[in-house]
Design a protein around this ligand. Structure first.
Ligand code: ADP
Length: 360
């Protein structure tokens, strides 16, 4: 039998669940984590009182019979500590190798829920991207076929179809550009930027960049601020990308002849940012547009990848459904926050909050 108290102490500190049985399947030891997930300490009892999962029991049988290691997986629905819902485990069962303890069997359940979740997110991302690219590509293939066959001698239809092909190819191009931006920001999201950037300047730059587009709908961007000291620690290119995405949306979805109002101001931050790096102030940029607005029930979904409120209506408006995802990622990297509110037939307000740079 195990006499080493130290070994038990070590096993209790592990993040894996460990159960030790004898060859008659009587539980000799359960570490703390296994008691937590099975909600019971069944020491001295037969293992089937604790675990009823047939795959684990079969593997245990095999290990006992053949004196070999066996593996399986195990899923349990639980609310434990900070993890809720489905918990996934890789299970390994070993016979003891030591002569003195050759009666013992070790059952180790390794929590792989985080890895499984990442795999799921990756799989659904690949499926979404493929779907988003496949839709315009199928249209292109379809129209090329029509041009080569039924519309071969019809110049008017051919021109019309070429126009559609051109639009769809451009849509694919935009999607790929946006995906590359998402991937670039995601790859260095944990690196916090250190350059001192004036947000007023970023917004003014974007206002200039959009000037020509704005005239096409007779729209204007009005910037309202009472200070030029609106500095944050940031990455200038990413901040310009952030304001471009937001102001371009206000332009795209905004009514003709309307105004986009941007206000930039410093506000006292009452929340603890958990870091002494930042002063207690935050810089708030509010972008207000005049548009059909966004239904309340969709607001919380706007930053989801590929989400567009009304696919058929917004199809007429160029977009990938990645603009606000990019905004969200840039804000995460800058320890910032976004709040969105909207009134139907009136317009929307996108409020960005970023921590002010420390005084240098
Ligand atoms: P998109 O490339 O489609 O504009 P975004 O991620 O930037 O993608 O926005 C997601 C969706 O949110 C848009 O498709 C649109 O339906 C809605 N949306 C975003 N900004 C606005 C806005 N200013 N006014 C109205 N709807 C908006």
């Amino acid at each position: 039998m195990i006499e080493n108290e130290n070994l038990f102490n070590i096993l209790n500190k592990l993040d894996d669940a460990v159960i030790i049985t004898d060859r008659d399947k009587k539980i000799i030891f359960q570490n703390d984590y296994s008691i937590e997930i099975f909600e019971n300490d069944f020491t001295s009892q037969i293992i089937t009182n604790l675990i009823r999962d047939p795959k684990i029991l079969e593997s245990l049988e095999q290990t006992i019979d053949k004196n070999i290691e066996s593996t399986t997986d195990f899923i349990i629905n639980k609310n434990i500590s900070d993890q809720s819902g489905e918990l996934n485990f890789d299970v390994s069962i070993y016979p003891s190798k030591s002569k003195e303890e050759d009666n013992l069997i070790y059952i180790i359940l390794k929590n792989v829920s985080i890895q499984r979740n990442i795999e799921k997110v990756k799989t659904s991302f690949v499926a979404n991207v493929s779907h988003e690219l496949k839709t315009p590509l199928s249209t292109i293939i379809g129209f090329i076929e029509t041009i080569r066959t039924t519309a071969k001698d019809d110049k008017k239809s051919k021109d019309e179809f070429m126009e559609i092909i051109n639009d769809e190819a451009n849509r694919m191009d935009r999607l790929i550009d946006d995906l590359l931006i998402v991937s670039k920001i995601e790859s260095n999201e944990h690196i916090h930027p250190t350059s001192k950037i004036n947000l007023n300047k970023c917004v003014e730059r974007v206002q200039k960049n959009l000037a020509k587009k704005l005239t096409s709908k007779n729209m204007t961007i009005e910037i309202n601020t009472n200070s030029n000291d609106h500095h944050i620690l940031g990455n200038e290119d990413e901040l310009i990308q952030l304001f471009s995405n937001l102001l371009e949306n206000s332009f795209k979805y905004g009514h003709e002849n309307s105004e986009i109002n941007v206000s930039i101001q410093k506000t006292k931050n009452n929340e603890d940012h958990n870091t002494s790096l930042f002063r207690k102030n935050i810089i708030e940029v509010e972008i207000k547009d005049q548009s059909d607005g966004i239904p309340e029930k969709y607001i919380h979904r706007l930053t989801e990848r590929f989400f567009r409120v009304d696919k058929s209506r917004s199809k007429a408006i160029e977009g990938t459904g990645l603009g606000l995802t990019i905004v969200k990622h840039i804000l995460n990297k800058h320890r910032g926050n976004i709040e969105i509110s909207s009134t139907l037939n009136k317009g929307s307000v996108f409020t960005i909050q970023l921590p002010e740079a420390p005084i240098s």
